[in-house]
Design a protein around this ligand. Sequence first.
Ligand code: CU
Length: 436
Amino acid sequence: MAERGCVPQGRGRAARKPRVRRDRQGVVERRLGGRLRRVPLAAGHRAAGQVLPPAFIGMMGQTQNFLIDMAGHNMTLIAVDGEDVVPVNVTQFNLHAGERADVVICADQEPGNYLMTATYDLACFLEKAPAPHMPKVDSCNFWAFLHYEGQAPPTSKAGKKLLGGYSPPAGTGGGEKPGKGTGITWNTNERSSWSAVRNLEVVPEPEQADVTYVLDVGVVGPQFTPVDPYATTDRMYMFTNHTPWKKPLTPLLHTRGQCGAEGVPFIEVPENATTVELIINNLSPTAHVLHMHGASFSVINYAPYSESWCSAGHFECFFLPLSVAKTLDCPGARAGDPGTKFPYDAYWGCPYDAEKDSKGRMLEAPLQKDMISLWRRSWAVIRFKADNPGVWLFHCHMEQHIPTGQVMAFSIRPQEHPPIPHDVPTEGPCPVWSRP
Ligand SMILES: [Cu+2]
């Protein structure tokens, strides 16, 4: 099949940087290979031969992940989390809560209506029946159409299936039997995807970071009881020890964490440290979608078993007992808290082992992100530059994991924190250290 698409493919000098500008009417200018196209986005209609540059934003709450497909058209990925990447054709990409992906779709097919699909893959098994602590879901698929201007709107609807879920609505015109796109499947829940996309401006990492912190993600024992409402429990943690988030008596930025911050999980990064490394171990059976405020980070390593014994295709890993995993899959597996009792003893993970895992580091051209999906029972190693003075949150982006405690903070270059204005309200008895 001939190469299709509107953006030059390739790596290095051959790749041209697309430039995008949006005005208030939703008109987009995108310069591609020296040609400037004006594309009115508001109508959502496309004429043949035009470039459609949608920005996908993961606006999910409890949903972790969607797989995005576009029938009959190549999608060319050009930016991830706001950072430009070497254009690469994708037949499917995934998007977690809060992630962003800019793609170019070339409307170069036979006119018609072409199906776009977003699939929450981890919920598809719940279409047929509920599972413990999980409700049955009506559908794990969501659909829309790419509509070519001048074509009649599609009339078919999704059909309810007897055993659960829906069959997709039908495309029309060229969309009735669309051809296959060309490109890679880009799924950041798999290790190999982290080296399949490369930033236009490469940020190589040094062999050694200035400082390394090991963070565990899990649940504090002796018991984690999801009561109604779910968010009234607060025993999840993401920190160097088992400390769930606790609101400081007065904002950390006001006091540099030196007052009213007892028991609050935050790290003051040394003033002379520039490259900060985080080894993050997920000691729980579900993925977490982590977001950093104030900085992008480099993803330099990701657990290889995200594509083997605990991949998305091996959902039984969700129910796997720790004792079995230690024998069969991961001798170094450990519990998030030894005090958790059945049925919450499912909170365990297979943590990073520097001796065997450091050889997999991607230091030459690590992908720049401000979000990462930390796969179930899994680990990731990321680095960020401590060059933006302030107190910045690092937290799970899943709606139910924020109030349950999966939040921490970094204090970066405290000596350079901007002064707090006098008219900012304060709370608690602490002085405001950074006020001039
Ligand atoms: Cu989470």
